[in-house]
Design a protein around this ligand. Structure first.
Ligand SMILES: Cc1cc2nc3c(=O)[nH]c(=O)nc-3n(C[C@H](O)[C@H](O)[C@H](O)COP(=O)(O)O)c2cc1C
Length: 380
């Protein structure tokens, strides 16, 4: 387990870090910076001793320091981190210095970012406004992530949507359940040991699938709601996709993200989800998830399709009419997505139309489950 670092550990680490820059620093000199820092009723006395070669850290009090700093530990950290102006710090009594304050110049101030050659991958016009810069996708991949693959309701609802898209584009349906994808172990080997390559690189199917997915101009992520989120196989796929980004951090749209290792210009995605319950609120967690994912993958979500009561609409004579209008609207949505890069509001409303659940409906569901208890049914 990681241990909680003490203020002395922090000071020691800070000096070790400074030492890495010290040999090339042009203000090297011999002397001592003494610290008397206060933290949670504790006195932290330590000092940095410098010569022409190195900076060394010591606990305790030195004889004849060149300069002494007296403050709280946090105020010193603010000063060291550039968040507290030294003059203001002295004026407000947050910092007290004794001796030759010009001696602080021996501490190197290295501005790291400037010298690092890291990929920029800035926000594109397409990402900001995909509809405005929409061009018909040549290739669409639908990643169907129901663990039941083609046997579930996910594919049942996907079918008219794919039919609509196929009128104007090449569409490939891929079943995630047919690929073996191990969960990420969090080892960061893909960012350190062999950049871009996971420890499972040739041991499972992630890479093959990721390469295939990379060929798509538009990706549809289709999945059922599992425990208020997505099925684990899809989350595993997204977790493993971290290997396809660089570890560096860059500015995105109002927040920080990673640059991509592989860039497919104007790539966008559609979220397509179904659930057993009746209310749209059941999609809120995945909705938030995909908003975040879209930003961090530099891939805008151009449409979201959420169908509640996915099981309840199927084969229910009292929902037959509604079911048909949902399926027709899904086909229309497929057509619109390809040509417009969006779904028209009217179509979206039909897909999302509410099934007004009554206590009789709930009773029927419960009866079904009661009857099914202990049965060998596999036609759910
Ligand atoms: C493990 C599991 C968890 C589920 N959790 C939810 C849930 O949190 N909310 C919901 O509305 N439906 C939930 N469902 C219902 C599924 O979304 C629904 O059965 C869907 O049809 C399954 O997709 P499939 O038919 O493509 O396999 C869950 C189903 C399973 C198997």
């Amino acid at each position: 387990m990681k241990e909680v670092l003490s203020p002395l550990d922090i000071m020691r680490n800070m000096v070790e870090k400074l030492q890495t820059f010290y040999p090339t620093h042009d203000k090297k000199a011999g002397g001592i910076i003494q610290f008397h820092l206060r933290h949670l009723n504790e006195n932290i006395d330590c000092y940095i001793k410098s010569d022409e070669k190195e900076l060394r850290f010591f606990e305790g009090t030195a004889i004849n320091p060149t300069v002494t700093v007296k403050s709280t530990f946090y105020n010193w950290l603010d000063l060291a981190g550039g968040k507290l102006n030294p003059v203001l710090g002295v004026m407000t009594g947050k910092l007290k210095f004794k001796g030759d304050t010009s001696f602080f110049k021996i501490l190197p101030r290295k501005k790291l970012g400037k010298e690092l050659d890291i990929p920029k991958d800035p926000v594109t016009k397409f990402e900001k406004n995909p509809q405005k810069y929409w061009t018909k996708p040549e290739k669409i991949i639908v990643l169907s992530a129901s663990p039941r693959a083609q046997n579930g309701y996910t594919d049942y609802y996907l079918s008219p949507f794919i039919k609509g898209m196929r009128k104007n584009a090449e569409v490939e349906l891929v079943h995630l359940a047919k690929y073996k994808i191990n969960p990420c172990t969090g080892c960061f080997s893909c960012w350190m040991k062999i950049p871009g390559e996971c420890i499972y690189h040739s041991k499972d199917d992630f890479n093959v699938l990721a390469e295939k997915m990379f060929t798509a101009d538009l990706t549809v992520y289709a999945f059922p709601i599992y425990a208020d989120s997505m099925p684990g196989i899809l989350k595993n796929y997204f977790d493993r996709s971290v290997s396809r980004a660089y570890p560096y951090m860059i500015e995105g749209m109002n927040r920080v993200r990673h640059p991509r290792r592989y860039i497919h210009e104007n790539h966008s995605m559609v979220v397509f989800s179904i659930c057993g319950f009746f209310e749209m609120i059941n999609f809120e967690p995945v909705r938030a998830y995909f908003q975040a994912l879209a930003h961090n993958r530099h891939t805008p979500v151009i449409a979201e399709i959420y169908r509640t009561t996915a099981v309840g609409l199927y084969g229910n004579p009292f929902a037959f009419k509604m079911q048909r209008s949902v399926l027709n609207a899904l086909e229309k949505a497929g057509e619109d997505i390809v040509t417009l890069g969006k779904i028209k509001r009217r179509t979206q409303k039909l897909i999302h139309q509410k099934f007004r659940v009554t206590s009789t409906d709930i009773d029927k569901v419960n009866e079904w489950w009661k009857e099914s208890e202990g049965s060998q049914k596999n036609d759910y």
